[in-house]
Design a protein around this ligand. Structure first.
Ligand code: NAG
Ligand code: NAG
Ligand code: NAG
Ligand code: NAG
Ligand code: NAG
Ligand code: NAG
Ligand code: NAG
Length: 367
């Protein structure tokens, strides 16, 4: 009886030993975080969830953890009605993986004029239906295919991180530990959503979102990998003289497809003079003037990352380029000049026609 228990005891000891071997990363991380009182909530989480941490980091020695501060933990708890440590296991794992950069980066790496696009460990098509281009692969290796964040040092020396819709502040700690580096951020990142959802959550895109919801025009784009979407803001709709949002499906489709570029073009890949082809085979020219980026004459107001690429909020509806790129012919037969409506009560139709005319005419009045 006594002796038959022995192997069990030995097994127990082995079982106790094996996790300890793998838990080196988590305990190293915990020790590194112990130096920073404002990271004590994260340290507690690391201590509670060593397996999650060890699985995420593996044996990698050159990742960067964007460590959410205690302040970030509190604001997560108040906006989500539960604390990060008590989040569903999948949400916790995905959220943490979006905070781990697939490269070792310090303050000096954030200098570029339009910042740096950095792949994280967040994968899976729900949050990452895009893949790396040549420039990302060159900087971070071909395996670094996770969803990205954008990191940029401002002229005042502060560093901001764009993650999904959020812009958060980064405090450079440049803390080295066995898994790479640690930097501190003041918000917990939300996971990226699809284009339509992102637009719904973005300030100033109400008119566009209403048009999209009505028509479902974005459905196909939401599930298309690798896109850049230009989202004209409410001012753009108003400037086009069109506060009405009742466009029919084909009109909205028309507009949407001439505002989508089938490749994710992140800010640090933008170059003056770049010509891009839209899903409508129209072309858009990119211009850089100091800190400002223009697509044709529409100026970029803000940026958001979606699961399948990037959204730029712009201040104008893009007129169609008068000379479509090769391989396409204008298909619309709409009269380029807006004609007065016969029935004054038919307001949506007048509005639709006006918007269509504006877009179809490629009118220089907008430019
Ligand atoms: C760590 O990652 C950075 C960013 O990807 C890279 O530039 C650097 O060469 C890497 N260092 C090592 C030792 O692999
Ligand atoms: C996404 O775009 C990148 C280039 O930016 C390309 O290498 C990759 O193959 C594309 N992926 C898909 C699924 O189209
Ligand atoms: C982020 O940093 C900027 C300075 O660049 C500051 O004005 C802003 O208040 C900070 N935001 C938060 C949420 O602390
Ligand atoms: C976009 O995301 C929302 C929320 O996850 C989902 O309900 C919707 O079906 C998605 N749209 C498409 C076209 O997949
Ligand atoms: C991801 O892209 C594929 C096409 O490559 C599409 O079938 C799928 O629905 C997309 N997934 C999501 C979550 O949007
Ligand atoms: C959408 O509206 C335009 C202009 O009012 C019209 O020419 C077109 O036939 C309409 N399409 C549908 C599917 O109703
Ligand atoms: C755009 O051009 C490609 C060939 O370059 C063609 O296959 C496609 O049908 C065209 N699309 C439109 C909307 O004209």
């Amino acid at each position: 009886m006594y002796s038959s228990l022995r192997p069990v005891a030995v097994l127990c000891c082995l079982a106790g030993f094996i996790p300890r071997v793998f838990s080196d990363t988590a305990s190293d991380l915990s020790a590194a975080l112990a130096q920073y009182p404002s990271l004590s909530n994260l340290r507690q989480l690391v201590n509670q969830q060593p397996t999650v941490i060890n699985t995420l980091f593996g044996n990698n020695k050159n990742f960067t953890l964007l460590a959410p501060s205690n302040e970030a933990f509190s604001s997560f708890a108040s906006s989500h009605d539960r604390s990060l440590p008590s989040a569903e296991p999948d949400l916790l794992k995905n959220t943490l993986s979006y905070h781990i950069l697939a490269g070792g980066l310090t303050y000096s790496n954030f200098d570029g004029p339009r910042g740096i696009t950095v792949p994280t460990l967040l994968t899976g098509e729900l949050y990452n239906n895009r893949s790396s281009g040549v420039s990302l692969a060159a900087n971070f290796g071909p395996g670094a295919n996770g969803q990205v964040v954008l990191i940029q040092k401002q002229s005042d020396g502060y560093v901001q991180v764009q993650a999904s819709l959020l812009q958060v502040n980064l405090t450079a700690l440049d803390k080295q530990w066995s898994g790479g580096y640690i930097q501190m951020v003041d918000h917990v990142f939300d996971l990226p959503k699809n284009c339509t959802e992102t637009m719904e959550d973005t300030d100033g895109l109400d008119a566009l979102y209403e048009a999209l919801k009505e028509s479902g025009a974005y459905g196909p784009i939401d599930t298309m990998p690798n896109v850049t979407c230009l989202g004209p803001n409410d001012d753009a709709f108003n400037a086009a003289g069109n506060p009405q949002k009742n466009f029919n499906t084909s009109e909205t489709n028309w507009m949407v497809r001439s505002h989508v570029i089938p490749q994710p073009l992140y800010p640090d890949q933008i170059q003056n003079g770049l010509v891009l082809q839209t899903l409508r085979n129209t072309s858009i020219e990119v211009r850089v003037e100091g800190e400002h980026i223009f697509f044709n004459n529409a100026r970029v107001q803000s940026t958001a990352l979606t699961n399948n690429g990037v959204v730029y909020v712009v201040d104008k509806i893009l007129a169609r380029d008068p000379t479509p790129a090769s391989g396409s012919a204008p298909t619309s037969t709409t009269d380029p000049s807006p004609s007065p409506t016969k029935n004054a009560a038919d307001k949506p139709s007048a509005t639709k026609q006006f918007l269509l005319a504006v877009i179809v005419a490629g009118s220089f009045s907008l430019l």
